[in-house]
Design a protein around this ligand. Structure first.
Ligand code: GTP
Length: 491
């Protein structure tokens, strides 16, 4: 005869089965209901039409979070070959054509089902600002040509325009702080130092600045529930390439047939054209009245003399405010840390000077050594570096050093607050991301509501509660449990 298991009553079996089914259903619903959907992304494309070249950036963010909570990241960058669009003034069609290879790239990187809805922006900076000053009709023709070319792309072209210097500075600041998660978390912000080819920007928050002393340098932001009084200034003509033009103009004021330049290494020699040098509005007013067609530009490589030449392109005396950087431009007291990008990074990386914990004196000595190196030796030491960059590192390094210390007033104490950066968490530092975040309303003025628990926490809590409920349910049925003391039934 078999002894009957007291648990094998129909009632307990039914209760157990229902309980298990209920738990499985509850947990499954919790997991599926709140699980992030299979990642689907949205995209935005920004073309940075700079003075020296154009670059295309593709950004992506989770599609289900586009109302302000998803993180935007750069997924691809394409460098347009050739020069900046402002250099196509005499043949604008070529400016449009130059963008085609990168636009084909974009068609591959953005999934085709997203093409039509993906916004495409072109923002032009100091190269086009200068062309617009020099010849606004030519600038219009270039925009016409690039717009026609971009309209043919499958993306949603939102227009091509010149950014003001203020926008360029402010959006660079937004990018750096967004990528560092400083805005969303309401942390102390980082200043932004951007050195382009034709202009340079400085942007930072200073407690002493509320915009009243110099309203033209003031940008107010309300981001994620915090207010920011941003100081920003863009110095047109003080990008690396135009600054070099101004330094050369200073040395060729009298129209000589040759100059010996301390900012170029000994052994460097090139024949340059006066009309090409003086064609930029940054120097055109200073063209010598009588000069030969060309001049021979040779180097003698002396950092200290070069610094004197570089200083000559700044006006340090004029200032109608309580304090100025240079050229009579107001600048509040420097505060906090700074991210320095674009040419700051390229040059300081080459010079092995991105570590700002070294004393300023050591930076000076490194520059003095570089400038004193004969050009042939430099070429042998760096066969991989493009000559057009190698030629200019003595000038560029000296210019950056002078701009930061004499121009913006960084001292041996505050120099270490600067970090030379190219990318932050995989995205390039620059104005483009901030520009797109602004135009797509991706940064809310107020902090968005966040769920009480993250997804994993939510599922765990639901599971634990379900188990507790099940155990309580079973315990509540205790009166129905078969008694152990009961005599086993004989069947
Ligand atoms: N040494 C070095 N210089 C570079 C490199 N790439 C670009 N540059 C130079 O760095 C400077 C700044 O470049 P960008 O940041 O692209 O500036 P841009 O957008 O053309 O100029 P703006 O219109 O003034 O903003 C220019 O003088 C470029 O020629 C590089 O890889 N190495």
């Amino acid at each position: 005869m078999k002894e009957r298991n007291p648990w094998h009553t129909p009632l307990t079996i039914i209760i157990a089965v229902i309980g298990v089914i209920a738990i499985v259903a509850l947990v499954t619903i919790a997991v599926l209901q709140n699980k992030p959907l299979i990642p689907k992304y949205k995209y935005g494309i920004v073309l940075d039409a700079g003075s020296s070249h154009t670059a295309m950036y593709i950004y992506e963010w989770p599609a289900e979070k586009d109302n302000n909570t998803g993180r935007v990241e750069q997924t691809h960058c394409c460098k347009v070959s050739g020069s900046g669009i402002s250099d196509y003034a005499s043949d604008p069609k070529l400016a449009g054509e130059s963008l085609k290879a990168c636009m084909r790239d974009a068609e591959r990187f953005v999934p085709s089902e997203r093409h039509e809805e993906t916004p495409l922006y072109l923002g032009a900076t100091a190269g086009m600002r200068l062309l617009n000053i020099k010849d606004s009709a030519a600038s219009d023709r270039v925009f016409q040509a690039v717009s026609e070319s971009l309209q043919k792309s499958p993306f949603s072209f939102q227009g091509a325009r010149i950014l003001s210097g203020q926008e360029e500075g402010a959006f660079g600041w937004v990018t750096v702080n967004y990528l560092d998660d400083r805005l969303e978390q309401g942390l102390e912000t980082t200043g932004a130092l951007d050195l382009g080819g034709a202009s340079t920007q400085i942007s930072f928050i200073s407690d002493s600045f509320d915009g009243s002393e110099s309203p033209s340098n003031y940008v107010a932001f309300r981001l994620y529930g915090n207010d920011y009084n941003l100081y920003t200034h863009s110095f047109l003509c003080y990008g690396k390439d135009q600054a070099l033009r101004m330094a050369l103009a200073h040395q060729t004021q009298s129209g000589p047939g040759s100059i010996v330049d301390p900012c170029f290494n000994n052994g460097y020699s090139a024949v340059k054209n006066y009309s090409v040098l003086y064609e930029s509005p940054c120097v055109s007013g200073r063209k010598p009245s009588s000069a030969p067609q060309t001049f021979t530009h040779t180097g003698k490589g002396n950092f200290y003399e070069c610094q004197e030449v570089v200083k000559s392109i700044f006006n340090f005396t004029e200032c109608k405010y309580s304090q100025c950087s240079f050229n009579g431009i107001f600048q509040p007291t420097l505060q906090g840390t700074y991210g320095a990008f674009s040419a700051y990074y390229f040059v300081m990386k080459f010079l092995n000077l991105t570590d700002t914990s070294v004393p300023l004196q050591s930076v000076k000595e490194a520059l003095a050594r570089l400038c004193a190196t004969p050009f042939d030796t430099l070429k042998k030491q760096h066969p991989e570096v493009k000559l057009k960059f190698l030629n200019e590192y003595c000038f560029s390094g000296t210019y950056i050093f002078t701009l930061l210390t004499e121009g913006y007033n960084f001292t041996s104490r505050t120099f270490s607050d600067i970090k030379f950066i190219k990318k932050i968490k995989g995205s390039d530092a620059g104005w483009t991301l901030g520009y797109m975040l602004n135009l797509t309303n991706m940064i809310p003025a107020e902090a968005p509501d966040t769920p009480l628990l993250p997804h994993a926490g939510y599922v765990s809590v639901i599971t634990v509660i379900a188990l507790v409920l099940f155990v309580l349910f079973i315990l509540s049925l205790r009166p129905l449990w078969p008694r152990c003391s009961q005599k086993p039934q004989i069947v």
